[in-house]
Design a protein around this ligand. Structure first.
Ligand SMILES: [Ca+2]
Ligand SMILES: [Ca+2]
Ligand SMILES: [Ca+2]
Length: 434
């Protein structure tokens, strides 16, 4: 059946090229259609280049990583006799391809090209189509098959292999902050290059990853520099598994026909990340009963990884009152410290210092004051004097936490705190002067 069809096509071709079209017109019985069909949308496009890696039967076009199909659309003019579907032929290098054309309609044809069809070099592609009145069209285009068997590589990588990176360098204003510390490199893929497209390899460790975790693709910029179109830049603190200590950075590259450096050990770079950021001391509170503070070892701003702080060394936490360390009764955790206030302190104001180090030896400091006795007020200047804990002694007629506003013009009396207490709590007792 197919052999008969091919024979028919060949006869028609000979007729089209060698015999007067008029005789066909008469044979088809049409009367006034003298306009041949048109061929459009030929793939590969005229003048284009497609790439192969030389040892694969799969061919690629830039932007289209599917096995190569030769396509064409065709149509007769409005009011014409219409396309003769049986007349359509696709010739690659003057050879008929009709042995493998899964799509073959009155509007389009698609034929699969094999490796044997697509040797490196220039190829003519001819689409033959007649209308039912026998008017022939032969539409010729050219495309080139190029062998890309070179693996892409990179150059000018920064930070360089063996670099030490400090966590204080890993801050960013957010995603894709171009002022943040970035991995920068140039991609090299020798000509003929099928192209290296990082966006198509999100799940293939490209753009560069750290210990198996890719830097978020949205934190990478391709070609940020118009003068260097092969340059790539990715924000280092957006690698989820970037960690203190040693890190393996892989610049994994794959071109469009599958050549890759994934087994190349030279693509690995080692970075050592060191915590140089001190803990933060906050929420210092002091009253006649206890002195406490919170602390934390902060991560770099904008970092996706939670592995970039060495953590609080609880053994180093301490509280000093006027430079004297409280040595007994303190409780320290990774989130804070609390010590009993030294007893028998005379009325007055004392300097509080809180110190704590992280596990890499960076020391954080915090400072506050401890007031023993009545809150100090400046006559004529209203001020907030806040206490926490459970005040005791004759100066504190109420036993609860609260804030007290010194009465203007007086240093010896206080106003009650604002009425913000829960209904479950007892209303505060009236506060009297002392
Ligand atoms: Ca026509
Ligand atoms: Ca290549
Ligand atoms: Ca730290």
């Amino acid at each position: 059946m197919k052999g008969n069809r091919l024979l028919l096509k060949t006869i028609l071709l000979i007729a089209a090229l060698g015999i007067a079209a008029a005789s066909f017109t008469a044979a088809a019985g049409a009367t006034d259609d003298v306009t041949p069909p048109v061929v459009t949308s030929v793939v590969p496009a005229d003048g284009s280049t497609i790439y192969t890696n030389g040892d694969s039967t799969i061919y690629y076009q830039l932007g289209n990583p599917t096995p190569m199909t030769i396509r064409a659309e065709y149509s007769d003019e409005p009011g014409g006799s219409g396309v003769d579907t049986d007349s359509v032929m696709v010739h690659l290098d003057i050879a008929n391809m009709l042995y493998d054309c899964p799509v073959w309609t009155d509007a389009e044809i698609a034929c699969n090209a094999t490796a044997a069809d697509l040797a490196p070099g220039l190829h003519p592609l001819d689409i033959y189509v007649f209308d039912l009145a026998g008017n022939p069209t032969v539409h010729r285009t050219w495309f080139t098959v190029a062998v890309d068997d070179e693996t892409p590589s990179y150059a000018n990588l920064s930070p360089a292999d063996g670099s030490i990176i400090y966590t204080s360098e890993l801050n960013s204003a957010g995603n894709n902050d171009m002022d943040a510390l970035r991995v920068e490199y140039d991609v090299i893929d020798p000509e003929p290059s099928s192209g290296v497209n990082p966006m198509s390899h999100v799940n293939d460790s490209f753009p560069p990853g750290v210990s198996g975790a890719m830097i978020s693709n949205t934190s990478c910029v391709k070609n940020p520099d118009a003068d260097n179109p092969v340059h790539y830049s990715c924000q280092l603190n957006r690698a989820r598994l970037l960690q203190l200590g040693e890190n393996q950075l892989s610049v994994l590259l794959k071109d469009r026909v599958g050549n890759n450096n994934h087994e190349d050990p030279s693509s690995l770079n080692t970075y050592t990340v060191i915590d140089d950021v001190e803990p933060v001391v906050s929420d210092i509170a002091a009253d006649e009963t206890a002195i406490s503070a919170s602390f934390s070892d902060p991560l770099p701003d904008g970092a996706l990884s939670t592995l970039l702080a060495s953590g609080i060394d609880t053994d180093t936490a301490k509280i000093l009152v006027d430079d004297a360390m409280i040595t007994e009764g303190c409780t320290a955790t990774e989130t804070g410290i609390s010590c009993p206030t030294p007893t028998e302190l005379p009325d007055g104001t004392y300097d509080i210092e809180v110190m704590v180090s992280d596990n890499d030896g960076n020391q954080g400091l915090g400072a506050g004051t401890l007031s023993i006795g009545a809150p100090s007020c400046t006559p004529g200047s209203p001020a907030w004097a806040c206490v926490t804990g459970t005040p005791t002694g004759p100066h504190w007629p109420i036993t609860r936490r609260g804030c007290f506003r010194c009465r203007s013009g007086s240093s010896t009396s206080v106003l009650p705190p604002p009425p913000v207490y829960s209904s479950l709590r007892a209303r505060p007792a009236p506060v009297s002067s002392w």
